[in-house]
Design a protein around this ligand. Sequence first.
Ligand SMILES: Cc1cc2nc3c(=O)[nH]c(=O)nc-3n(C[C@H](O)[C@H](O)[C@H](O)COP(=O)(O)OP(=O)(O)OC[C@H]3O[C@@H](n4cnc5c(N)ncnc54)[C@H](O)[C@@H]3O)c2cc1C
Length: 422
Amino acid sequence: MQRRTFLNAAAGAAVLGTLGAAAARAASPARVVVVGGGYGGATAARYLRTWSHGAIDVTLVEPNPALISCPLSNLVIGGSRRMEDITLSYDALASRHGVRIVRDTATAIDPAARTVRLAGGGTLPYDRLVLSPGIDMLSGEIPGLAQPGGDEILHAWKAGPQTAALHRQLAAMRDGGVYAITVPLAPYRCPPGPYERACQVAHYFSRHKPRSKVLILDANPDITSKAALFRQVWATQYKGMVEYRPQYNTVDVDPATRTLKFEVQDDERADVINVLPPQRAGAIAVSAGLATANGRWCEVDFLTFESLAVPNIHVLGDAIQIAPQMPKSGHMANQHGKVAAAAIVALLSGQAPNPAPLYNNTCYSFTSDREAVHIASVHRYDATQKTMVTVPGSGGLSTAPNALEGRYAQAWAQAIWADMLG
Ligand SMILES: Cc1cc2nc3c(=O)[nH]c(=O)nc-3n(C[C@H](O)[C@H](O)[C@H](O)COP(=O)(O)OP(=O)(O)OC[C@H]3O[C@@H](n4cnc5c(N)ncnc54)[C@H](O)[C@@H]3O)c2cc1C
């Protein structure tokens, strides 16, 4: 039987009212374990505590001591922000919201026993499990990455040491050199991210190495997000510096000669190579049998984010098989976290989850150190199709990069960090 006995005396009256008196007497707090303290997981942990009025025991498992934000990390690569600017503390999640933080890695899930095994040797029992492990790279699809020197070919697509290292590679490059970034076929984490990165590198070159070149080698048939805006910026602000080539599917790299190989076209040499391999859901979701879409992404019920494959496990963020027009973004992962938290609070108190959730997404891209553009959308649940669809007429797109939107983009980051981490 589902454990519905989570509410203790501290629980909110609205939810408590739905429990029988006998159940309430027998109550012991329900336990939710959240694996992954990124944009989806940190949000879910915080809102599970907030919306259960502290009645659910929430344990967050995360190996990193702090959250290093992918949003704004391209500006660190371009030299206008520092790692400190995108490094965020988990302290308030624990001190203000009462989330128990376990600094460890989840290595296995036993859905029958409802336990999570940790690399450190411990085991955590759960009533409901939330997984937001982000992505892993399918590096095996680019075999040269495993060759000697392959570790110098960075993706920097998980913000952290590679972010700082990629900036150092650019700083060490000769003026007149070539930086090449490869883009995998969609879906991948953050559709506009590679093109924002190209802008940031071009901005850095325009200040420090003006004879250098940015080459974007994209497996997709066209720029996958904000296409006209990026094209305009490259043709004006970074004229002659940025070259975009569609339908360039990278199949290998030779680290010794710094050469990229493609499915169709001739090889390309570059001084700094930034390969974004194809991606899939984080390993823990795959090993738990949740990645039911092509073995790569996890299919979920969009009302609750419960896995379609394994009950009592909710998957959020980049790891899921997205609905049409739903980007793999931090903003979206934050929305997933809230919808899942509300649904879990409802389910654990015997209530039905909201049958008509609505999510929004706003994604800013910096085109220089201070100008930005945005794209926005609103998504609603469609009960017939059992998926999320975009609301006709909703959303919007910038007309041109501008400094005001740059300030909004910075404010967006501050606001979402405060929302996730308290
Ligand atoms: C360069 C770049 C720029 C971006 N810019 C934007 C932007 O401007 N706006 C936007 O909305 N989005 C942006 N994104 C996308 C955004 O970063 C992701 O969509 C978002 O981080 C997804 O959240 P998540 O919770 O799925 O994964 P993450 O935020 O990556 O969190 C996953 C967490 O899980 C942990 N983890 C993984 N496996 C385990 C395990 N087994 N045990 C315990 N913990 C585990 C990891 O350590 C990590 O902390 C950008 C991405 C990149 C790469």
